[in-house]
Design a protein around this ligand. Structure first.
Ligand code: SF4
Length: 118
């Protein structure tokens, strides 16, 4: 089995080619021009993660929502569950940059943090 992908670890965007066995184990990575590309391909095939950005509703602020992001990348498979948790959250103003609005969202180990002030 093979997979082709673009490395997004830097703006060069190398085209990666990955060979996997039937169990999904990475056998080889080619097309990368540095080690980061190899690691990106392995992570993408075995445990893909993404930063999640969104907004949380705010009570008592000048604006109705505050932008937020996860403190670290979370598993792709948890994105919808985390979005539901974010959509259910309402934070009280004032909110400072970096405030944790949801700790350990959906047991991912990531916090939902404010990326602006309200
Ligand atoms: S393989 Fe290395 S050089 Fe190529 S896009 Fe990824 S990080 Fe950049």
């Amino acid at each position: 089995m093979t997979r082709d992908m673009i490395c997004v670890s830097c703006p060069i965007g190398c085209a990666l080619h990955v060979e996997l066995d039937d169990a999904g184990k990475v056998l080889s990575v080619s097309g990368n021009t540095c080690k980061r590309g190899e690691q990106y391909a392995i992570d993408e095939c075995t445990n893909p993660v993404r930063m999640l950005t969104s907004t949380v509703r705010v009570n008592g602020g000048k604006l109705p929502v505050v932008p937020v992001k996860t403190s670290v990348p979370i598993p792709k498979g948890k994105m919808f569950e985390c979005m539901a948790a974010i959509n259910n959250e309402v934070a009280d103003a004032p909110i400072k940059l970096g405030d944790v609005l949801i700790a350990n969202v959906c047991d991912t180990g990531a916090d939902i943090v404010a990326t602006n002030e309200i």
